[in-house]
Design a protein around this ligand. Structure first.
Ligand SMILES: [Zn+2]
Length: 557
């Protein structure tokens, strides 16, 4: 095992010489002052992205000190109610950037610069790029407190190491963080999928095969599976996908897969090693995972145009089969500490004739490399090349739609819908996409009689209106409007579209108010020394320009 791992490492170094000098930086200090226990690791399969860092557990609480892992300077700070929430980026002399996300508050010079910027812009949401060395930090400096801001669903530290130049996310467990791990990866299930020579799935052709075993040794029932000859195509073959999880010491959390090698009749034909992922490619998780299963199936094959850098070989991993043939298959799975598991079995193809090729006609199928432009009287669509991952059958109709709602998109498509005889101001109209379960409002602009929006969702598009302003309700004071605490909390609801702006004025002066999107909360701190009666005014608007003005006189005690 060690030899193979080294070989992979040497290959990796040779192909990435720019940053090879400090592949393993052992000099980092932990970003958190409690034992480093992972809730999630690098490369886990998430909706529309890979997990680009590691999640450190914080005992279900917020407020732990966060430390800069090395000397450097703050290169970026962002505050947002979505995504990473309050996040700090620090550039280090070794060409890496460390990222600390979902913070509850910033410390020191970082906190000051953010506040100055928020008051200057009169906006809670800011993004700042301090000049090199404007905010220098030393290894171990306290930069923030851990939190749960942005899209985080429980308190934790989302931590990343990026290559500064490319901004690619690197696996922290490979690039400097050596966490205890004595547990072997767990191979739970397998899927056999009929695929074309280009790695495209032949619709409706897949078999789920339960995997048995533990502690590094796995197989399937009778060690063999028989598949009918007509299951696969003569020019393509089959691909295998595996549901694999890995655990580390100290927590029961199911983390993701690091490395695999797929060996067919003694030849290694495919493998992945999750060392780096670019943000440009992270959405290709939709192509890497088995698209027809909600579980954590990693394909051990890929499509022709999948550009992810996690694959160790050029081949697509297509296993060609002949009737009556038996193939012996081994899958090796390993984690960054070298804990290894192996699945062994045989595939036996029954006698008969192989099924027809999967070669959908370009006249009625859209291929991933194709762009698309269609114009109808009442709507139009524009899709760039590589907007989809698999060939998709096209249907033509006067109903605005693109593919089936279950199809994932790599790039947004541009949808235009004619707005005929509007009875409301045009700003009240927007395009919505029905994703099979609910309508999602798209950010829409109006141009010469047409509504125009970009959609990251396939499905059916329609024109809707929003005339309802957001609603605001105070929760930290009673009906006599007496405030005793230091933090004032309100709820804000926007049902139809989304919140565009929110501002708080105390006695006519703008005051910082935070917005927590996941709980629909507005929160602000009582200005120091504020006592007695004061006029509170909140103005909030949605993306269709519907505005609410909430005014109260509060009695601060
Ligand atoms: Zn995370």
């Amino acid at each position: 095992m060690m030899k193979k791992y080294l070989a992979a490492l040497v290959l990796f170094l040779a192909s990435n010489s720019v940053f090879s000098q400090d592949l393993m930086d052992k000099n980092y200090t932990p970003p958190i002052g409690i034992p480093m226990v992972l809730a999630a690791n690098f490369g886990e399969l998430r909706p529309n992205h890979f997990h680009m860092g590691v999640d450190f557990k914080t005992n279900g609480r917020i407020g732990y000190n966060l430390y800069s892992i090395a000397d450097g300077y703050v290169s970026r700070i962002k505050v947002s109610p979505y995504g990473y929430g309050k996040v700090i980026y620090i550039d280090h002399p070794n060409g890496k950037t460390s990222v600390y996300a979902h913070c509850s508050e910033f410390k020191g010079a970082i906190d000051s610069i953010v506040r100055i910027s928020q008051y200057a812009d009169e906006n809670y949401e800011v993004e700042i790029f301090p000049k090199p060395h404007e905010i220098s930090v030393k290894k171990g400096d306290i930069i923030a407190l851990s939190g749960n801001t942005g899209s985080s669903t429980a308190p934790h530290l989302h931590f990343e190491i990026r290559e500064t130049l490319s901004e690619d996310a690197l696996n922290p467990l490979v690039y400097g963080f050596d966490l205890d791990d004595h547990q072997k990866p767990d191979i739970r299930n397998m899927k056999i999928v009929a695929i074309s020579k280009d790695g495209y799935q032949i619709p409706g052709k897949s078999i789920v095969v339960p995997v048995y075993g533990s502690n590094g040794k796995y197989t399937i029932r009778n060690n063999t599976i028989d598949i009918p000859a007509d299951f696969c195509s003569p020019t393509g073959g089959i691909g295998l996908a595996f549901d694999i999880i890995d655990k580390l010491d100290g927590a029961p959390n199911q983390c993701g897969l690091y490395g695999t090698d797929l060996i067919v009749d003694g030849d290694t034909i495919f493998g992945q090693q999750t060392d780096r992922i670019s943000f440009e490619h992270t959405r290709y998780v939709n192509s890497h995972r088995d698209m027809n299963s909600p579980g954590k199936y990693h394909k051990s094959y890929r499509t022709l145009h999948n550009p992810l850098a996690i694959y160790k070989r050029d081949g697509l991993g297509v296993i060609a089969l002949k009737p009556g043939e038996t193939k012996s298959i081994a899958l090796n799975v390993y984690d960054p500490k070298g804990n290894e598991s192996q699945l062994n079995f045989a595939i036996n193809v029954q006698q008969g004739s192989l099924n027809a090729d999967f070669a959908p006609s370009p006249s009625n199928y859209l291929y991933p490399q194709d762009s698309l432009q269609k114009k109808y009287d009442n709507w139009s669509i524009q899709a760039e090349a590589f907007s989809i991952y698999e060939p998709v059958k096209q249907s033509h109709s006067s109903t605005a739609h693109f593919c089936d709602a279950s199809i994932d998109l790599q790039k947004p498509v541009v949808i235009r819908m004619k707005l005929e005889n509007p009875t409301l101001p045009v700003k009240n109209y927007y395009i919505a996409v029905f994703d099979g379960r609910k309508y999602r409002a798209l950010t829409t602009v109006y141009e010469d009689g047409w509504l125009c929006a970009e959609s990251k969702y396939a499905g059916t598009y329609s024109t809707k209106t929003d005339v309802q302003a957001p609603s605001v309700r105070g929760v930290s004071y009673n009906s006599s409007y007496i405030v005793t605490g230091n933090t004032i909390k309100l709820t804000i609801k926007e049902d139809e579209t989304s919140l565009a702006d929110y501002d708080l004025f105390i006695d006519g002066k703008w005051h910082l108010m935070e917005y927590e999107s996941k709980g629909d909360f507005l929160i602000y701190e009582r200005p120091e020394g504020l006592m007695g009666e004061h006029a509170i005014k909140i103005i909030a608007s949605d993306v269709c320009g519907n505005e609410v003005i909430y005014e109260r006189t509060l009695n601060f005690k």
